[in-house]
Design a binder for this molecule. Structure first.
Ligand code: NAD
Ligand code: KPL
Length: 305
């Protein structure tokens, strides 16, 4: 079970995982983009985790992508649009039977990485934990949640899950991780773009149930065409429940747009529209929503993919 974890992307979720693993005594290194980031990290004295208002700095070893130690277990914690290129930089260091854990939201980046590095075991993670960066190398644990981990090819649970127990990282080993990722993607496609376009909190979407209803119908068809019947069944009821539970919140995509940050739309709505096209499905609501969102993103000077 022993083996060093390498965490790529010391941002919000990467920081949350790295600090909890480190304080449980799990051997760990974080990989930073370039010498300047590494120097800034050393100046900060480590990675800080703020939990329940208390802050603690963890002096986790850090290195650059070009270091020479082999990588046995890599936790990829960057955004979906950065993930494949970030792994490519490290590819020469991947040990023959390495494991790559992919924390990205949406779908598309995980499959691209699994196809490009077939000798590595790719474990997909769907997370509802909440974290944000207060400043560089300062991560706030903002919301409790769950992590579902699974391997669509090999359902056997890895022995190092015990290290997540030690680190008090909540997790479920999921036999059907694709169903969980597709369902989350569909929920994000139903809620997030509408909240951006309507400039509103999630709860206000309940004032216009018709567009939500039509979107959920099309998303359910896409899920079924992709072989995700379980994820499709009851989708609209789940979406309405989540809207009610998060009524006062602004969606993550809303927050990204308002803060001038790139969104992961290409791996959410973009992925749903691509899947529909591949299966020959007509999805006029989804296509129109994607077009309107892309127009808005371009108006904000943000990438639309
Ligand atoms: P983030 O922007 O806070 O962190 C990403 C980090 O990756 C940044 O520090 C960035 O500098 C780094 N990075 C990018 N390319 C790199 C490279 N080539 N080498 C080294 N570092 C690199 O993002 P996040 O919020 O942690 O999100 C990561 C993923 O987790 C996303 O797909 C997101 O949707 C998902 N997610 C996040 C949360 C959350 O609460 N933050 C919750 C659930 C899912
Ligand atoms: O996951 C979400 C997000 O904001 O990205 C929820 C709250 C489920 C939908 O807005």
């Amino acid at each position: 079970m022993a083996g060093t974890w390498h965490v790529l992307g010391a941002g919000s979720l990467g920081g949350l995982w790295a600090t909890r693993l480190f304080r449980a005594g799990v051997p760990l290194r974080i990989i930073l983009r370039n010498p300047q980031r590494l120097a800034e990290y050393h100046a900060a004295g480590g990675l800080a985790l703020i939990e329940n208002g208390a802050s603690r700095v963890y002096p986790i070893l850090a290195e650059l992508p070009g270091a020479t130690t082999p990588i046995e277990r890599l936790l990829v914690a960057c955004k979906a649009y950065d993930a494949e290129a970030a792994v490519a930089e490290l590819a020469p260091r991947l040990a023959k039977q390495s494991e790559i854990l992919l924390l990205q939201n949406g779908l598309g980046s995980q499959q691209a990485i699994a196809a490009r590095w077939p000798e590595s075991r790719c474990i997909f993670v769907s997370s509802t934990e909440g974290a944000y960066r207060q400043a560089d190398f300062r991560v706030v644990h903002a919301g409790r949640g769950q992590n579902w981990l699974g391997d669509p090819v090999n359902h056997q649970a890895p022995p190092w899950l015990a290290e997540l127990d030690m680190a008090e990282i909540p997790y479920v080993w999921a036999d059907d991780i694709m169903a969980i990722l597709w369902r989350k993607l569909a929920i994000n496609c139903a809620i997030n773009p509408l909240s951006v376009l309507s400039d509103c909190r999630n709860g206000e979407l309940l004032n216009h149930p018709e567009p939500l209803h039509r979107l959920c119908n099309e998303l359910s068809e896409v899920l079924r065409a992709c072989g995700q019947r379980a994820a499709a069944d009851g989708l609209e009821a789940v979406v309405l429940r989540i809207i009610e539970a998060t009524a006062q919140n602004y969606s993550s995509m809303y927050q990204d747009v308002r803060s001038g940050r790139r969104t992961e739309v290409g791996f959410l709505l973009g992925q749903a529209c691509r899947a529909a096209r591949q299966h020959g499905l007509a999805t006029p609501e989804l296509n129109e929503l994607f077009e309107r969102l892309q127009t808005l993103l371009r108006c904000h000077g943000l990438p639309a993919d």
